[in-house]
Design a protein around this ligand. Structure first.
Ligand code: OXD
Ligand code: MN
Length: 613
């Protein structure tokens, strides 16, 4: 048995509540050793992981890891939010009573770390000293070393964050036990995995995966599910799956901050890491705060503030290249300490590759292994078309590796939020941007956010897979309560943010080409939005929001065909009316949806009917 007391003493972890918690789970999981980790242990742990073959070198100061081949993504079906109150059951949170789930998870975890080290990872999901820091402290216990290495990149990790708590009991207890990955029946009726957030006890119990999306508990479970619940229970904040950027106008000296939610595969990380187009670069600088999570609250001056609770980026590698996201490539350059997971790897040259990194894979396949570790050169003709990298392969790097990281990203104050945007991948109907100045209509828009189903067979043609506020996988309590809380938090701000819905993915109905080039040029509609908020442009009112007049968009240095521009700046009335029917069905699922939301829905529907086709 592990000598828990000695390990905690050696690390100077003095918080008595943390000590109690560690001792309890060390006993339950049967771990052989306990080791407390801080960020200063990174180099040693990297070396140990290399020696043990858990990591392989990927050039200077970069590493490669492979996860078990049935353990490569978040599992939404196996993810559960538990509380002791059935009223917390929503449509998307897979609610189960904690009286059922806690014992079940404890059973799964009992003895499951025998022979292993239990790493104790004390972390903070906020810049130190932030208004929300009291909800940001946590301790992840994990029996997997690569999870520790990811946590050190994705969260601020150190013993002091826990020793210095005002209330020693106010931290999230986040337990990760990997289990026997080869015998968990992943994806079968006998699936043994469970990823449970016991939200009203601030306890996270994840069993059966060591893939980041299920195992980095600071990010996924605390930063999103637990934070959403805490924000609501405390009435103080929102925890959202949002990116956060800054825009500096060098001419006026003003700084703006925009956050926003996008369902997965809608380009959120690319947007978050965007650079100004060359022709606008003399005037505007875009800075990066975060690509995945923002916590929002009303600050002491009455304004809405936002901050990124994370310390790193756990980005999807697929399609990341010089064109789509040069910032990401710089962020994972040699010397950054980046860990790549499930990309293709060449042990002889220590290179990595993923689909979309270059138009074609390396021509000389000698030495290249696919994400499962199988030699590419040995593939049969039938296997030739299979991807080299897993589509959900990742890179993990710290925020300070991002070249345009905002100078104040680590400041406790957070940043005032000027605009909240939503956007999915939609091939028609959604214009380039539509601004929404009314709070209830903005929240309504967020609740009806969605992206096209990836496979046509998944749904009715033109119907979205709705992903309210891009929080579908992270909903922690009922959607009706969520909408109420959102209205209350943002409504309390003295200066209201402007909302907008954006879409970079509209296509020509005939030949399918994208009507807007996207990427860096996406700054242009965002600048228009800020101008609209400042009263510098007036736009054109439609039933579904204010659209830019053509002449109001700064298109300097661009060459968008007139008919494409016209199409992305108009509303397709018939498609919108069809959408309103889908939305009605979607919203009806949610109990206790605030009247303001239904009123917004009816208002938009009536305005659409009144609009000229
Ligand atoms: C996610 C992620 O799974 O950000 O949403 O990794
Ligand atoms: Mn995410």
């Amino acid at each position: 048995m592990a000598d828990v007391e000695a390990a905690l003493d050696a690390a100077g972890l003095s918080n008595p509540k943390v000590r109690e918690y560690v001792a309890y789970y060390a006993e339950l999981t049967g771990a052989e050793r306990v080791e407390v980790v801080t960020a200063a242990d990174d180099a040693r742990l990297i070396q140990e992981a290399l020696d043990a073959g858990e990591l392989e070198p990927a050039g200077e100061g970069r590493y490669y890891s492979r996860s078990y081949h049935k353990d490569t993504a978040r599992s939404e079906e196996r993810t559960i939010v538990s509380t002791s109150n059935e009223a917390d059951k929503g449509v998307y949170n897979n609610w189960r009573p904690s009286s059922e789930m806690k014992p079940l998870l404890h059973d799964r975890m009992r003895g499951a770390s025998a022979g292993k080290t239990m790493y104790v990872v004390p972390y903070l999901m906020s810049p130190p000293g932030n208004d929300l820091a009291p909800w940001a402290a946590g301790v992840e216990l994990t029996d997997t070393r690569t999870v520790v290495l990811h946590m050190i990149r994705m969260a601020r990790v150190g013993v002091d964050y826990l020793n210095d708590l005002e209330d020693p009991d106010l931290f999230v207890r986040a337990v990760h036990v990997t289990g026997d990955l080869e015998n968990l029946g992943q994806g079968t009726p006998d699936d043994q995995r469970y990823f449970v957030t016991v939200a009203d006890e601030r306890t996270i119990l994840h069993f059966g995966s060591s893939y980041g999306g299920n195992a980095l508990l600071g990010k996924i479970a605390h930063g999103l599910r637990q934070a959403a619940y805490d924000g609501w229970a405390s009435k103080k904040f929102l925890g959202e799956q949002y990116m956060l950027i800054g825009i500096h106008d060098k001419e006026t000296g003003k700084d703006y901050h925009i956050c926003g939610g996008f369902p997965s595969a809608s380009g959120k990380t690319n947007l978050a890491m965007m650079l100004a187009p060359d022709t606008l670069g003399d005037r505007y600088h875009v800075s990066f705060y975060g690509d995945d999570i923002a916590w929002l609250w009303v600050g002491q001056d009455g304004r809405l503030y936002g901050m990124n609770p994370e310390y790193g980026v756990f980005g999807v590698a697929k399609d990341t290249n010089e064109n789509t996201n040069p910032t990401a490539l710089r962020s994972v350059a040699p010397g950054t300490g980046t860990i790549f997971t499930n990309v293709a790897y060449n042990p002889a040259t220590q290179e990595v590759w993923w689909e979309g990194r270059t138009p074609e894979p390396p021509a000389d396949t000698t030495g290249w292994l696919d994400w499962k570790g199988d030699p590419i050169a040995d593939r049969s003709p039938e296997q030739a078309g299979e991807p080299w990298a897993h589509p959900n392969s990742r890179f993990t790097t710290t925020l300070d590796n991002v070249p345009n990281i905002a100078q104040d990203y680590d400041e406790p104050a957070g940043v005032p939020i000027d605009a909240i945007i939503f956007g999915g991948r939609t091939r028609d109907r959604e214009p380039l941007i539509r601004a929404i100045t009314d709070l209830a209509e903005g929240v309504y828009d967020g609740l009806t956010l969605g992206a096209e189903a990836t496979f046509a067979a998944e749904g009715v043609d033109g119907q979205l897979r709705y992903d309210p506020m891009s929080n579908r996988p992270f909903m922690a309590y009922s959607e009706g309560d969520y909408a109420r809380h959102y209205l209350d938090v943002v409504g309390a701000a003295s200066e209201q943010p402007i909302f907008a819905h954006v879409n970079w993915f509209q296509r020509d109905p005939e030949d399918g080409h994208f009507l807007w080039p996207g990427y860096r040029d996406n700054l242009r509609p965002l600048l228009w939005l800020l101008q609209l908020k400042n009263g510098e442009v007036e736009g054109r009112r439609t039933a579904v929001g204010i659209l830019p007049k053509e002449e109001e968009l700064n298109l300097e240095g661009m060459d968008v065909p007139a008919e494409d521009l016209e199409r992305i700046l108009t509303i397709d009335k018939a498609r919108w009316q069809q959408e309103m029917g889908f939305r009605e069905e979607h919203l009806k699922q949610f109990a206790n949806l605030p009247d303001e939301i239904w009123e917004a829905h009816r208002r938009v529907a009536a305005d659409l009917d009144a609009e000229e086709a």
